[in-house]
Design a protein. Structure first.
Length: 116
């Protein structure tokens, strides 16, 4: 089992920045990738960014160039630096970890609100 704990959400004005962090505990040696998904009210959850255990990142098109996912010098911690935030980035952001056999673990989420 893997437990994920997110931190760093909050309220920010449009154009501002926030940094989200996620720490994994438990059997995290089985994790092959970690990332962030978000769900806005009335919308489906979407994958925003992910990074493999080898450090290769991928991004949702609408956040590329504004968001940066990174590993925090530890195999079980990642961060998401979000710059130039827009009102459409408002959502609950969930940390997600996946194992090599496709099992997914989810955090409880942290709320990000961008005011215009």
């Amino acid at each position: 089992q893997v437990q994920l704990v997110e931190s760093g959400g909050g309220l920010v004005q449009a154009g501002g920045s926030l940094r989200l962090s996620c720490a994994a505990s438990g059997s995290y040696s089985s994790i092959t990738s970690m990332g962030w998904s978000r769900q806005a009210p009335g919308k489906q959850r979407e994958l925003v960014a992910a990074i493999t255990s080898g450090g290769v990142p991928t991004y949702l098109g609408s956040v590329e160039g504004r968001f940066t996912i990174s590993r925090d010098n530890a195999p079980n911690r990642i961060s998401l630096q979000m710059n130039s935030l827009k009102s459409e980035d408002t959502a609950v952001y969930f940390c997600v970890a996946r194992t090599g056999v496709g099992q997914a673990y989810w955090g409880r989420g942290t709320e990000v609100t961008v005011s215009s």
